[in-house]
Design a binder for this molecule. Structure first.
Ligand SMILES: *Cc1c(COP(=O)(O)O)cnc(C)c1O
Length: 402
């Protein structure tokens, strides 16, 4: 058996061809593939607008700027996530408040969030960043009601859940990233995620104002849209300081304006071509992930080491398949010896040395910390073969039953 990682990208001949075609075209960055990818992605998740950016972290950063996070502002998120979910608040000088997880879902516990909001008498908390951890989609409808009560915005970190959904109060499917309840949602196209583009990210929203702001922020805060120009036509034409008169009624072709302090967070056209090609197979990949989850579930459902999120959940996108186990380090090492590279998701963000300096310490978030002591992510990716999966299940069984 070859080595089996916990996650792996899958690149086909047609993916390669799509990239090669773009490399041979006139555009390497911000060409036609970008808009195509954005449109196709918006359709996939059911959102009005999508903005492609260089990675998921850049997507989070731009969201925090677009939502006007400032020094002194506080934002709530979960400790069981990749640190980028929290870091975007720090980039803008804000403060991160970690709230504990629900031990059954591993997701940000809305009851904990409510408690924190109710205690925030000075209304310093401006937003909430729930994370669809492992691919299970948060009930954003419930979070929206809570956020509205306290005048907060919501960024849905949907990096683990493209194609996933939750059931709303009418039992209707609400797609992850659809923008129906969250102000903004973000995705990543890092190779371990569902859709791989090398690096890459996407922001989805139904809010036109935020959409336009994000388009500008991703490319230096510059606009070329004449309708948005603030300086006069005379100034733009270069005729305000001399005797020449402009006869033109429109701004000259070269003219553009930098109106905000933005960044270069663009995606390249060939990455978009790869993303687009992968997106065409996304449903297929998701089906396979759900099949793998079902197999694991069948194999482990009567075992004492299966806990928490591992049950089969409708709408779950199965980015990760997690077990909570006794003797986790023993199992981890045993799997390594058998060339199965399980992983741990995640070390609680509040206990990272960077966040400890703000006063976070062990014991602050008991559910997250207990979860961390037992969690292990076992191989979950569409190209995992049945034979490989069987090998993984047998080895786990061997470890516990000797
Ligand atoms: C991967 C990931 C990110 C960051 O995405 P990058 O593209 O790697 O910058 C943010 N949040 C979560 C939950 C992720 O899994």
């Amino acid at each position: 058996m070859n080595k089996i990682p916990y996650g792996r990208q899958h690149i086909t001949e047609s993916d390669i061809q799509a990239v090669v075609d773009t490399l041979k075209s006139d555009y390497l960055t911000q060409g036609p593939r970008i808009a195509e990818f954005e449109q196709a992605f918006a359709n996939y998740v059911g959102a009005k607008y999508a903005v492609a950016v260089s990675n998921g972290t850049a997507a989070l950063h731009l969201n925090a700027i677009a939502l006007d996070v400032k020094p002194g502002d506080k934002v709530i998120t979960t400790p069981i996530t990749f640190v980028a979910s929290a870091n975007c608040v720090k980039y803008c000088g804000g403060e991160v408040i970690f709230a504990d997880i629900d031990p059954n879902t591993y997701l940000l516990d809305i009851r904990e969030v409510r408690k924190i909001l109710e205690a925030d008498i000075h209304r310093e908390i401006k937003g909430i960043i729930p994370v669809n951890f492992a691919g299970r989609v948060v009930d954003i409808q419930a979070f929206r009601q809570l956020a509205d009560e306290f005048d907060c915005w919501i960024i849905e970190d949907a990096c683990h859940s493209p194609g996933g959904f939750f059931l709303d109060s009418d039992q209707k499917q609400v797609m992850s990233g659809s923008g129906q309840y969250a102000d903004l949602a973000i995705f990543s196209f890092h190779p371990v995620k569902h859709i791989a583009a090398g690096e890459g990210g996407m922001i989805t929203t139904n809010d036109e104002k935020l959409y336009k702001k994000l388009l500008m922020l991703r490319t230096h805060g510059i606009t070329r849209d004449e309708n948005l120009f603030e300086n006069s036509l005379e100034f733009a034409s270069g005729t305000s300081n001399n005797e020449q008169r402009t006869t033109s009624l429109s701004y000259p072709d070269w003219y553009m304006e930098m109106q905000e302090l933005g960044f270069n967070y663009r995606l390249t056209d060939f990455q978009a071509a790869l993303g687009l090609s992968q997106l065409n197979r996304a449903e297929e990949g998701l089906e396979r992930r759900r099949e793998i989850a079902k197999n694991y579930h069948e194999a482990f459902k009567n075992k004492s080491f299966i806990k928490g999120q591992s049950g089969l959940i409708e709408g779950h996108a199965y980015h990760l398949y997690i077990l909570e186990v006794d003797d986790r380090i023993g199992l981890f090492n045993y799997l390594r010896e058998n060339k199965i590279f399980a992983q741990i998701h995640y070390i609680p963000a509040h206990l990272m040395p960077y966040y400890r300096q703000f006063g976070w310490k062990e014991g602050d978030l008991p559910n997250a910390e207990k979860y961390y002591s037992q969690c292990i992510s076992i191989p979950m990716f569409p190209s995992l073969s049945d034979e490989e999966q069987r090998f993984v299940m047998d080895k786990i069984d061997d470890f516990y039953n000797g």
